[in-house]
Write a protein that binds this ligand. Sequence first.
Ligand code: FES
Length: 167
Amino acid sequence: MSVFSPSSPLSLSLVRMTVNGRPVEREAAASTTLAEYLAGALKAETPERRRAEGLEGPAVVMMNGESVKAGLVLAVSAASAQIRSYGGLARHDGVLTPLQRAFHEAGAMLCPDCAPSLVMSALDLLNRNPIPSEAEIRDWLEDSLCPVSDADRAVAAVLAAAAATRS
Ligand code: FES
């Protein structure tokens, strides 16, 4: 539904999607990124809240089961999608998933901006390949690592999570 003239750069559309299992309906401009849309939908107004939802740094979320960088996807192109943010991973009782636990136990949650995105990216990898090699993990996570990220801890966490799933 266009709110203003469709030709205006300020034209807004009503965009619906499912975020962490809940239907969401919000207006978005053509240039609104999925990260901006989700920050509004999840009431993540402060940096702390955005970090808790994994919307800082690379801002990796699951979109229809695949990891995407929410800052590089337009909200309008995510219409009707199923989105899961890092904040939506833990069960309602706050219990961490095995993958989140593995990241905590490996000391791989050091950077609050990047670590949630690494977890989401690793989740996508493990969904595709439950037994990845160390090289495959490094290669997969490379895109979500900044120059000072501790890649070794993240890789160790993913290996541990994969091993825990097998046992
Ligand atoms: S900004 Fe997070 S590790 Fe670099």
